[in-house]
Write a protein that binds this ligand. Sequence first.
Ligand SMILES: C[S@@+](CC[C@H](N)C(=O)[O-])C[C@H]1O[C@@H](n2cnc3c(N)ncnc32)[C@H](O)[C@@H]1O
Length: 185
Amino acid sequence: MWLTLLYSCTGGAALLYALYRWVIPAAVQYHGGLALLWHDIIVERMLDTLTQSTRPQRLLGAVQKNATRGDPRSVVKAIDEFCRHKEWAMNVGDEKGCILDSVVSELNPATVLELGTYCGYSTVRIASLLPPHAKLITLEFNPDYAKIACQVIAWAGLEDKVIRKLQRNIYKMIHGTQNLTFLCV
Ligand SMILES: C[S@@+](CC[C@H](N)C(=O)[O-])C[C@H]1O[C@@H](n2cnc3c(N)ncnc32)[C@H](O)[C@@H]1O
């Protein structure tokens, strides 16, 4: 009887490991909906419960642990590493981030409006490339995300370049922003 129980437990554990290690990552790779379900609902809720923290708080923790204060590139790198090795998060990410960098560098904008700050990843990428005196206005309607973004932006040393607005009315912002040279969604 003990042997049967041991076999069942080992078999169950092996099955769960195979699911977690190979089957789920493969499924998630090929289907956007499954990816969202897995990363954004199942894993996030599980980790929130286990760690009694939120994903943005864990992301901020990774920044504070691994990035150098006042060094925006190290903040971007710390978030990329967090998302690559620890948890998926809805940042623009490294690949699209490089495209964003080249557009910002090419346009050299004086005023940028960003719609959706989340934890401030793309905000840091954009703001760190802006010419002196240029400003980035970033909108976020979720106060919890906005609070974390504020700390990420401060850690990168970019508070003076970024104007944060806790607001959802993008039309009002677009019409109210003078000389908008670049809009990032
Ligand atoms: C994909 S995330 C942005 C990621 C971010 N740009 C980055 O790369 O780090 C989208 C964000 O937009 C915010 N959002 C969605 N609709 C919004 C609205 N109408 N006004 C303000 N924020 C909004 C969400 O709360 C979420 O944080």
